[in-house]
Write a protein that binds this ligand. Structure first.
Ligand code: ATP
Ligand code: ZN
Length: 304
């Protein structure tokens, strides 16, 4: 059972997002797609929601778990890497974290990877015994080393981690990678992923103050609606009744379609919400299967 909610004394939901950085714009865009808007400009620390009781606090991403933990913010948008690192820190110190991942948000994708110099012949974690690992994610790295049963030195760096082996500060690195170009530029190669990360919606482990829970539920429903249709399109077409089964076999990623007869029986007009990408090639295959008048329409909102 969740711990009892702590009263916040607030009647407006407060969400922490990154002020400046990779997650700032996509986080604001996601909340904007949920129909929320704010009065203040993005360079302010606090944005007052003007069409719902939802305010934004613009902060450094590293502060977001702590703000949720202390109850100063109710929700936050942050990289899973930051959330898991700070949970691992709490595990080390034996103080349980009062924050957790509520939803994966599908942007800010990256991995926390172990990377070694190009000339290493990587055989496995045992090779790290007694080596120095440079990282900005010490708690996560130590937890992984414990799991692997390897004793290595963790060298904590807060930036330019990839250059550490060239400077002689460390033998290998454990850092965030998206394209991998920075590793290549530093003659390193990724050999093992410790964590697959993306931006997540974080919230408290305890239930929210009942004053705020209703607004939070509304926001979660809207976020779920936005995420469900992010890559979705509405596909409209006509098909003779005897071709429908073949056409639908080509739409395994579609919701059950709605259809109605347009000429007293044999020709059906159909529409289906498609969750995968509808390419020209797919349209051509659908046409060969008997579909006609194919139209692909964007979907703006959905409430299940
Ligand atoms: P702040 O000033 O808020 O502390 P920061 O420098 O720690 O910012 P950013 O570089 O803006 O953070 O990255 C924010 C998040 O973006 C990361 O924690 C991670 O979840 C995600 N991210 C996605 N791709 C990458 C990448 N290639 N390198 C670093 N972070 C990435
Ligand atoms: Zn940061």
């Amino acid at each position: 059972m969740s711990p009892k909610p702590a009263p916040t004394g607030r009647d407006r939901l407060r969400i922490a997002i990154q002020k400046n950085g990779r997650l700032s714009e996509p986080a604001r865009a996601l909340l904007g797609s949920c129909g929320l808007s704010w009065r203040e400009s993005p360079d302010k620390l606090f944005c007052y929601g003007d069409n719902a009781p939802v305010d934004l606090l613009l902060v450094r991403d590293d502060d977001i778990p702590g703000l949720i933990d202390s109850g100063l913010c109710d929700l936050g948008i942050v990289g899973r890497n930051v959330l898991v690192e700070q949970s691992s820190e709490r595990d080390e110190s034996g103080t349980p974290a009062n924050f957790r991942e509520l939803r994966a948000l599908g942007f800010g994708g990256c991995r926390l990877s172990l990377a070694v110099p190009n000339d290493w012949d990587w055989q496995g974690a045992a090779q790290l015994q007694g080596k120095r690992i440079a990282t900005s994610y010490p708690a996560l790295t130590r937890a992984w080393l414990r799991e692997q049963g390897v004793a290595a030195d963790v060298v904590v760096l807060n930036g330019s981690v990839e250059i550490a082996p060239r400077l002689g500060q460390a033998d290998v690195v454990c850092d965030l990678v998206s394209s991998g170009a920075t590793l290549v530029a530093n003659q390193l190669k990724p050999v093992c992923d410790l964590l697959q990360s993306e931006a997540v919606l974080a919230g408290p482990v305890a239930e929210l103050d009942p004053q705020l829970a209703e607004t939070a539920q509304m926001l979660l429903r809207r976020i779920d609606g936005v995420l469900r249709i992010r890559d979705s399109k509405l596909l409209m077409f006509q098909a003779p009744r005897d071709a429908v089964a073949d056409v639908l076999r080509l739409l395994p990623d579609a919701e059950p379609p709605t259809s109605y007869s347009v000429d007293g029986g044999e020709l059906l007009a159909m529409q289906a919400l498609c969750h995968g990408v509808v390419t020209w090639q797919r349209l051509e295959e659908l046409k060969r299967a008997g579909a006609r008048g194919l139209m692909v329409l964007p979907v703006e909102r959905m409430l299940a």
